[in-house]
Ligand binder design. Structure first.
Ligand SMILES: Nc1ncnc2c1ncn2[C@@H]1O[C@H](COP(=O)(O)OP(=O)(O)OP(=O)(O)O)[C@@H](O)[C@H]1O
Ligand SMILES: [Mg+2]
Length: 200
């Protein structure tokens, strides 16, 4: 995916991405201080907000090929299980119940399978939102600070699961993170952002 001459003014921040290439099949990190425009950039890529100018060449990726895990995950007012399988249902894909249980088991959510998703703790919400993002094997996954609320053990598990999925399906990841030390090993490329600009 190539982003060219992209501009978006939000409040006092002027997002300007002259030329950013997100090579497919790689795990990309997006790092930078609070308020520099990372979330805004992800939202523009996701098509949630309209840029003021510029172009994004998705290189054949369709909107349904991309998923975004937001900094504040939105869950539907249904059970954990219904949230998990939702991306498969809307795509008319088969649901492998054994696989669903395995995913829930691995993240410790199996006992909560039928629980109302709105009653999950904040870390559990993030786990569910992560599973919901990877369950349909999207070609591109945008993750916005999604690991920041997790305990060390869960964070490690997520890193392993990202690595596994990436190896298995060659998906492209763009991950916003402040946990530099832990995440660095995962990144093939890192893009640094400051005051709305990609600086290196
Ligand atoms: N709708 C809006 N109206 C006004 N200002 C906005 C709006 N959306 C974002 N901003 C501002 O734009 C700047 C960039 O926000 P953004 O959420 O992209 O930052 P970020 O890099 O993701 O920061 P963080 O690391 O804290 O998540 C911030 O100063 C924010 O207050
Ligand atoms: Mg943000």
């Amino acid at each position: 995916m190539r982003i060219t001459e992209l501009r978006k003014r939000v409040g006092r921040t002027d997002l300007y991405v002259k030329d950013l290439y997100i090579e497919s099949g790689k795990v990309h990190g997006l790092v930078g201080p609070n308020g520099c425009g990372k979330t805004t950039l992800l939202k523009v890529i996701m098509g949630l907000i309209e840029p003021d100018a510029g172009t994004i060449d998705y290189e054949g990726l369709k909107p349904t090929d991309i998923t975004m895990m937001s900094q504040r995950p939105y869950l539907m007012h249904t059970s954990v299980y219904d949230n998990l399988v939702y991306p498969l249902r809307i795509r008319g894909a088969a649901i492998d119940e054994k696989k669903m249980d395995e995913l829930l088991e691995r993240t410790g959510l199996l006992p909560q399978k039928q629980q109302y998703a709105g009653s999950l703790s904040s870390g559990e919400r993030q786990k569910l939102s992560f599973l919901r993002a990877i369950v349909f094997h999207p070609k591109m996954i945008l993750m916005d600070e999604t690991l920041s609320n997790l305990d060390t053990e869960s964070e490690k598990l997520f890193r392993e699961m990202i690595q596994e999925q990436h190896r298995a399906d060659g998906s492209t990841w763009l991950i916003v993170s402040h946990q530099w030390d832990e995440m660095n090993a995962l990144f093939d490329e890192v893009h640094h952002m400051e005051k709305g600009r990609i600086v290196k």
